[in-house]
Design a protein around this ligand. Structure first.
Ligand code: MRU
Length: 365
């Protein structure tokens, strides 16, 4: 999507030097727009862990490139296969909730399994990483095509009046390769001149909504308003929300969704106000091995300092300030579970289905 009027994607291989991977560093957005380089498989671990790159699909693609770089590194290792397995285990551990991470690592390792020499590993790994990237890109586009019909329907029912959509966290193009998941239908509706307006949850503690979603919508010219996380219920009661669309970090085969902390509360409020609550996700985000989100999805707990300290810009410099008493204990849960019963539908690249095992299975067949 556009940044200062120029199209960008979040991560890409250098056209003239295939050992170089470039990415947008999301840790400093929206204050600075920085393109950086990933040099090694350990870099990919650090980038995911530090959240220089984040969002389930992008985490998966970064991991795939990480495995490719591990194959390059394996050339100078005494035991290339052992080294590769160690790096794969490391990358897999970077963050626990988004299933795209282990999915991408496993897919790369399976592809490489029969390559004995590093040269062969590289020959297999490079196109596979690029394929995963391309598939995620296409999936985001198709999610937009399917989700667009929901927005178009609401717009028609409202006789062309503005469709108000609430989203949580950043399930935008920054979380993917391009277009986004939750934002893809919004961008496509906007580009078709359907009047839309987005309520952007700030999404404490990392403020992905306020920092990233607001920035990317603004860059594309999509009307939006940032609200504090607790405002969602109020604006729903006032009739100011027509539709909620969020992303997912892991969806179980029965349709439970793990997404950024606070998603569950939005799903509850949407249900209480009869507002459709959709989750947009590529099929790579579905974990077919598990059934119950609450019992089986690991929920990341991050550094308490993310809650203690707020980051912003002052005098042109990114600064941090502590916002709670120094001695107060803090918990920092990264995700929660929206149970399938609260979800109106799943918008995937293959179409829209109910959040139920039978419908999910039918869709992917
Ligand atoms: O902690 P984050 O920023 O990686 O969490 C991201 C989310 O919760 C997104 O909604 C999810 O990954 C879907 S991205 C299309």
């Amino acid at each position: 999507m556009l940044v200062n009027g120029r199209p960008y994607q979040t991560i890409w291989m250098d056209e003239s030097d295939q050992d170089r991977i470039h990415y947008i560093n999301q840790e400093v957005l929206p204050f600075e727009f920085k393109i950086e380089e990933m040099h090694s498989s350990s870099d990919s671990y650090d980038m995911i862990r530090r959240m220089n790159v984040r969002g389930a699909p992008l985490i998966g693609v970064t991991a795939a490139f990480g495995i490719y770089l591990a194959c390059l590194e394996a050339k100078t290792q005494p035991e290339p296969q052992v080294y590769l397995r160690e790096q794969a285990a490391l990358i897999r551990e970077a963050r626990p909730t988004a299933v795209n991470l282990s999915w991408a690592v496993d897919r790369m390792m399976k592809k490489i399994a029969n390559a004995a020499k590093p040269e062969h590993m590289i020959m297999v790994a490079r196109p596979e990483a690029l394929k995963i990237r391309e598939e995620e890109l296409q999936a985001s586009y198709m999610i937009g095509q399917h989700g667009l019909e929901i927005i178009r329907g609401i717009s028609e029912r409202k006789n062309g009046k503005v469709v108000n959509i609430l989203t949580h966290c950043n399930a935008g193009w920054l979380a993917c390769i391009d277009y986004g998941t939750a934002t893809s239908p919004i961008y496509q509706a906007f580009d078709e001149q359907i009047p839309v307006h987005v309520w952007v949850d700030e999404t404490r503690p990392r403020n992905q909504g306020a920092r990233l979603t607001a920035w990317e919508l603004g860059q594309h010219g999509v009307p939006h308003t940032v609200i504090v996380d607790n405002a969602g219920g109020h604006i729903m009661q006032k009739g100011l929300v027509d539709l909620v669309i969020t992303g997912s970090d892991r969806t179980t085969r029965s349709g439970d969704v793990a997404n950024k902390i606070g998603t569950y509360l939005k799903a509850l409020a949407a249900r209480d106000n009869d507002i459709p609550f959709y989750v947009a996700l590529p099929v790579s985000t579905i974990d077919f091995t598990i059934d119950s989100g609450i019992e089986e999805i690991p929920i990341e707990e991050r550094d308490p300092d993310e809650v203690r300290v707020m980051e912003g810009i002052s005098d042109g410099k990114i600064q941090s300030v502590r916002i709670i008493p120094e001695e107060s204990p803090v918990s920092n849960y990264g995700f929660d579970i929206a149970p399938s019963r609260l979800i109106t539908g799943l918008i995937t690249e293959k179409g829209i289905c109910g959040a139920r095992e039978s419908e999910i299975m039918k869709l992917i067949d």
